[in-house]
Design a protein around this ligand. Sequence first.
Ligand SMILES: C[S@@+](CC[C@H](N)C(=O)[O-])C[C@H]1O[C@@H](n2cnc3c(N)ncnc32)[C@H](O)[C@@H]1O
Length: 239
Amino acid sequence: MRYQGGKGRLAGWIWATIDEHRGDRTTFVEPFLGGCNLVTAGHDRFDAYCLSDSWGPVVALWSSAQACWVPPHVTRDMYYGIKSAPDEHEARLVGFAAHGCSFGGIRWGGYAGATSSRDHVSEAIRAFLAKAERLRSLRDVRIVESGYASVDVDEDSVVYCDPPYAGLRGYGSSSWDQPSFVRWCESASRSGALVVVSGYGVPAGWTELASRRRTSTLRSSDLGGTQRVERLSTPGLHG
Ligand SMILES: C[S@@+](CC[C@H](N)C(=O)[O-])C[C@H]1O[C@@H](n2cnc3c(N)ncnc32)[C@H](O)[C@@H]1O
């Protein structure tokens, strides 16, 4: 299932970077869960996973994955019906339709149905079920609806953040407050957590852990063309 800004193709690289620096920390914290692309790639590395996102429907979707929910085949009429009255539908269905059935996985980015060569909705159902199975195979997974600033971390935590990028449409990023986010990461890092952040830049005073050139499907006048360098950075390395 595609998700705008999803890190599925970069998951191996991100895990390798985390593995190199995690030390003996046993809890994985992901406050920007989105399409659940990282924890469903690779093996079970941690004793506990605390996953969250501020958008309720996506949290409901992955919580339903834990409960073996099978999404219906969302037709064009269903898609636009759900989009125009989300409160009248189950949150998990809203989450699935909004991303899984949209072009490029962009939240309500337009119905991606079937063409002569592909049936995007069937592909999204299959991809969701595969991830759901993977999620159920992990030890001790907790999924909650929460803004990142309310997430608790300590010295036993590896915190991986893939925040929305300012300037991109979708997931409410127009109100994104980057300075507050940077301060929260620095505070989490001072508590002893390993904080690893995905982005196209590195905040002042932070350490770049790894970088990789990538052709992105995301478009924004602020971010230049579609060839970009993905970077993993941290406010501090210790322990
Ligand atoms: C780039 S996406 C994450 C994609 C994810 N890493 C993946 O691979 O599928 C960013 C996510 O951050 C969520 N988000 C936006 N603002 C947030 C906030 N203040 N706190 C927590 N999550 C937030 C959005 O709902 C979106 O799902």
